[in-house]
Design a binder for this molecule. Sequence first.
Ligand code: HEC
Ligand code: HEC
Length: 222
Amino acid sequence: MLKTLLIASISLTLTTLTGNAFAQGGGSGKTKAAACAGCHGEDGNSAMPGFPKLAGQHKGYLVKQLQAFKNGNRISSMMGALAAGLDDRSIDEIADYYAANRITANPAPALPDSDDEDTRTEAQKKEEMASLIAAGGNLYRNGDLATAVSACIACHGPFGEGNRPGSFPSLHSQHADYLIKTLTDFKNGNRTKSRENMMYMIASKMSDQEIKAVAYYISTLK
Ligand code: HEC
Ligand code: HEC
């Protein structure tokens, strides 16, 4: 405890002296992010598939999302309340901290167990997952001409690395469950009501099956 306090106060002094330089990868961003660890993991690699991983995400995107939770442009009662307590400087430092960490890879995805009537064998489930991932990869790279869904690769990159200057989020190794939820939220207008949001337009053209397929595919990208 004493050690933590000491480190916190030293880094606070250094941050004041050197501006943002010290906040990279630690310093007071790390101290402030302790409040987020319960859901997002200490280093931003959340253990729970419904909570997004933040590690390695582009800083510009993280700042934009935290500001959007705060001003209500991104709808989430949970994150809205949490972000309301963060000033601009804290947002900046926390974003620096997560951006400097590395996202961890996911275990091989498995279909969730459905009800008792599920008569599929393990081998069948594996095969189903493999074809979902193949379809997801195809949509990611090529889009869907028939339904005018844009190719994800254009903005999120061949490896799901996103685009830092454009604040297009990095997607690789994100939890599939979170991806399915947030794409469905975009589609139904539950993440944002802004029609100018590119993803609102794109997701509204996607079927539930396409969302599932592309989410599993993205979760396997390293
Ligand atoms: C009680 C659990 C919980 C805590 C604590 C929490 N979060 Fe979150 N966070 C969530 C959930 C759930 C979402 C997904 C919200 C949604 O879109 O429905 C989220 C989303 C986010 C996102 C958007 C990620 C993305 O990929 O778009 C950021 C950034 C974020 N949280 C930062 C923080 C920060 C910073 C803190 C600490 C100040 C924090 N969170 C504390 C649960 C939590
Ligand atoms: C024209 C550029 C563009 C294309 C094409 C695009 N995206 Fe996005 N995507 C964005 C932007 C910009 C955001 C951030 C939106 C925001 O700030 O709310 C985003 C956000 C996302 C998110 C939320 C990430 C998170 O951490 O919460 C997911 C998931 C996503 N896109 C998946 C996809 C998929 C799947 C496709 C292809 C079907 C796709 N995107 C195509 C620009 C694009």
